[in-house]
Design a protein. Structure first.
Length: 124
């Protein structure tokens, strides 16, 4: 993630938002391919709050809901363009890529897509 934060500051940097979208897309795709259902917006916002709390960061509920909605849009776009097998592989790779020590060629291109989604969502 970019930017320097103190332990008790709000998650205001762009990198945090992009990383949250990426993580939520990974979770959404995993749930979709494993359980044949999409996470709700509220579930996504709750997951974001849990992840932020681990690093003593926070975002207002409205912003978490917005990021959740963006991740839902991107996850569904990805799912629409992939076969089931490719989707399963993508979901698995994204979940693995949540570990910064896991090498992933896919991570960078999907992070860039999450960045574009954030940019487009800011102008909605």
């Amino acid at each position: 993630m970019t930017g320097k934060m103190t332990p008790h500051s709000s998650a205001t940097d762009r990198g945090t938002r992009v990383a949250l979208i990426f993580a939520l897309v990974a979770e959404r795709l995993s749930a979709y391919y494993e359980h044949h259902q999409w996470l709700t917006g509220a579930q996504g916002a709750s997951l974001a709050a849990e992840w932020l709390a681990r690093s003593k960061r926070s975002l207002p509920i409205g912003e978490r809901r917005h990021l959740s909605a963006l991740s839902d849009r991107l996850a569904r776009q990805i799912a629409e363009t992939l076969s089931r097998e490719a989707g399963l592989y993508t979901a698995h790779e994204m979940m693995e890529a949540l570990d910064p020590n896991h090498p992933s060629d896919m991570r960078q291109s999907l992070m860039e897509e999450c960045e574009r989604m954030l940019d487009s969502g800011l102008s909605d």
